[in-house]
Design a binder for this molecule. Sequence first.
Ligand code: SF4
Ligand code: SF4
Length: 305
Amino acid sequence: MVRVPARGQEMTFEVSRRSLLKGMVGAVAAAGLPHSTRAEGPVVKSDVFSVLVDIPRCIGCRACMRGCQRANDLDAPQDLMDMEHLESRLEPTHNLWTVVNREGVETRRHVKRQCMHCLEPACVSVCPVAALHQTEAGPVLYRESRCIGCRYCMVACPFDVPRFEWNNGLTPVIGKCQFCASQRLFKGLPPGCVEACPTGALKFGRRDEMLFEAKARVHARPDVYVPHVFGEEEVGGTSWLYISDVPFEKLGFKKNLPKRPLPSLTWDVVSWIPGIVAVLGSLFGLLAFNLSRKTHSPSAPKDEA
Ligand code: SF4
Ligand code: SF4
């Protein structure tokens, strides 16, 4: 405790033995916290909604982009959303939630991107006002009414998905794929992009079924597909899964993503903070206690001449 002195008095520190002991016990207890109370590996959420993207089947028609715009009543300019403009690279924006671009150098493929609807979403774990949240059925949803515009989600997302409405100075929002949850999924309909795809490059279902389907396709055509389902394990698993005939890293997919969910990695760091704070608090407490004792100890007897 710091006692504010009356005018003319020296400031003194008083530390009770009880509070000192409490601090030290707290330090020991906090330092002994488990490193992670979250999942250590891929998360088991087999029945969430899922989409399988079969990259070799995509012809780059961008019908899925238009389907997304229709389903979600978005107003991004339509003029680039056709095959003639495929050489024009498109980036997602707050009102363009999915894009299809030509990727790769030696072998080119059309790759659709959108929110991956992670099983353990980093964006949700960092949002301080729960503007982003995960539904039981899997879709990770954004609530505009709660958003304070801090943009932590943009920093946290390992797939660079959330986009900010930079041109709105007053009430900017974040834009990202909502999995057509309220418009379609919860009414028993597939997402707008899946419905619009004319080639079957997108398949909608439950995640365990889509994972099974992905592995079956890869297994049946080892001469075509690379032996990897992107999204099965990356960052703990995602609801959107991809199979490809070109190594994923050659199509711009991130390599070496951790298998553990990102929120659990963050928790490893965060869980040490109470311990560090408590230890520092105890050290300061000890210092203050010693200072206090010195202040109150009787003066040494003066030498008698
Ligand atoms: S891809 Fe990004 S925005 Fe989508 S759920 Fe995962 S962390 Fe959130
Ligand atoms: S609608 Fe299907 S084929 Fe067309 S760009 Fe989208 S995923 Fe590819």
